[in-house]
Design a protein around this ligand. Sequence first.
Ligand code: SF4
Length: 353
Amino acid sequence: MSDTFIIQKSLLCWYRKERRDLPWRRSQDPYAIWVSEIMLQQTQVKTVLPYFDRWMKAFPTVEDLASAPESKVLKLWEGLGYYSRAKNLKKAAGLVRDQYAGRLPSTRKEILALPGIGPYTAGAILSIAFGMRAPVLDGNVKRVLSRLLRLNENGKTSKSEKILWAEAERLLPEEDVGDFNQALMELGAQVCLPQKPQCMICPLKKICQAFLQADVENFPPPKPQPVIQKIEVSAAVLFQNGKVYIQQRVENGLMAGLWEFPGGKIEEGESPEECIVREIREELGPEMEIEEKMTTIRHSYTQFRVTLHVFKGRLLSDNITPTACQSWKWVLPKKLVDYPFPSANVKIIKLLQ
Ligand code: SF4
């Protein structure tokens, strides 16, 4: 028996016994599989579960998603981060409805042409939903392959990624490709963990090169650590006649289309109070009177950490000309929950409820 055959057989056998019962694994619907794969990008399974459930209830078909208002789509995504994923899903759903009568196409070329679908998601959909012989390569699979084959590759350069893609493809069985791909990902998520891999219970331990050479800890080679930026920001909760001012972020850039409280980055030598008064003058026009500091919120995003100083206040004139947003509103505090906000702003809303 070849090593490749042993890997395929051992993994499939293990997966059928040990796999987690996840809602998208109970479905053969390519749309449900597509939604789950997009949600799972950079997000853990336990976080995705309630979002997936709510999403499929709100938009059970491609057509439902395509015709939904974007604000509803973003609201259902609120807290999952990387909002471009939700916007691309909706955009792609419109294309699938208009060009493919609501059925996700099943060729690599067509599927890769849809917004938000890259080689990994295409491989996952093609293999899991359509049973096609297409490889997948996510962070879990990269780690498993590097250890299993003792490859000095972490997939961080295009050359290294190419090598891992080729190995992922070489290992694919002729049949049960979807299960095999999911087994590789599941093994990385449940057994071949980044720290403390559970080699003793691993179905591949008899054939895993790093384990057999007792140097699992050296694979995959370490990646350069990303520099986490620290950002200090001031934001204002402005009241007028019992309503609160909110504005919608512009269509391009970070967290595009979400709603927010006005404010911005603190400049060098500026206090949080000076910053919010300046930001409100620049963004809305009038001067702001600070009534109190409501709170300080610390929130971590993938690439940066934000410290958010939140001030309650009022404008000294009703005459506003918002310049840093695509639209703006005065809303009752209890209505704030109807709008999609970035996670740090959601903490302010909870305080206001
Ligand atoms: S034996 Fe250990 S290192 Fe090798 S694949 Fe299994 S868990 Fe990963």
